[in-house]
Design a binder for this molecule. Structure first.
Ligand code: GTP
Ligand code: MG
Length: 223
């Protein structure tokens, strides 16, 4: 990065951080497409395997301890959870149900798959999807399936490695390389990865800025 680019990036991160420290409210849970909110503002979706750290990442981005978890009561994980950012609302974050949860009955998994697929394919307001991948494991078969589905829908996505604090630096380098290699195989994946830790705050400021830019465009928050 040139010094000028670095200044711009810092300014973007600061503006994004200010925005996220303002209003962030839970809006609703949608168990079926007909319960989706009116698509009046851009949406950014968070998806990934069960336990990958979706709710924790959402909490870290918004600087809230439990906003995502607070709204998701146990047994209701087949729903899409919407959060609004900004006053007035500038965009929404959508916490998706976790996939690859082996214990869920096949019928439930099928219903979830359909809901997610229909949302991701058909939602005009969807500006970007974040596909979360656990730094300890790298991309798994279910992650590849999700990526393929997004490729086919031409719904572009960022790959976000989570829980980076849980692996050694040398291990992390390997997982980053393997994940970047995977990204190159997918037409709708951004080539650059986000390496994050919700626990330690790593990569959070940059991801915040990226989310704001994805939602609002390059001119996003300029005063
Ligand atoms: N060390 C560490 N642990 C994390 C991090 N992010 C999440 N965790 C832990 O991983 C577990 C799962 O995190 P969640 O945020 O609930 O994961 P999720 O993807 O929302 O899970 P589901 O809603 O069940 O699909 C929790 O015990 C978190 O505390 C991280 O960055 N570092
Ligand atoms: Mg969750």
């Amino acid at each position: 990065m040139t010094p000028e680019e670095e200044r711009e990036q810092n300014a973007r991160e600061l503006a994004a951080s200010r925005l996220f420290s303002g209003r962030v409210d839970f809006l609703l849970s949608a168990p079926q497409l007909k319960f989706l909110p009116d698509p009046t503002v851009p949406e950014i979706a968070f998806c990934g395997r069960s336990n990958v750290g979706k709710s924790s990442l959402l909490n870290a981005l918004t600087g809230r301890k439990a906003i995502a978890r607070a709204s998701v009561t146990p047994g209701r994980t087949q729903e899409l959870n919407f959060f609004e950012v900004g006053e007035p609302t500038l965009f929404r974050l959508v916490d998706m149900p976790g996939y690859g949860f082996a214990k869920a009955p096949p019928k439930v998994v099928e219903k979830w798959k359909r809901l997610v697929r229909d949302y991701l394919r058909g939602r005009q307001a969807l500006h970007r999807t974040l596909v979360l991948v656990d730094s300890r494991h790298g991309p798994k078969e279910v992650d590849r399936e999700m990526m393929k589905m997004l490729d086919e829908a031409a719904a572009s996505y960022r790959i976000v490695l989570t829980k980076a604090d849980k692996v050694k630096a040398s291990e992390l380098d390997k997982v980053v390389a393997a994940t970047a290699e995977e990204a190159r195989k997918h037409s709708a994946a951004f080539p650059e990865l986000h390496v994050t830790s919700a626990e330690k705050g790593m990569g959070i400021a940059a991801l915040r800025a990226a989310v704001v830019q994805d939602a609002l465009g390059p001119g996003g928050l300029s005063e």
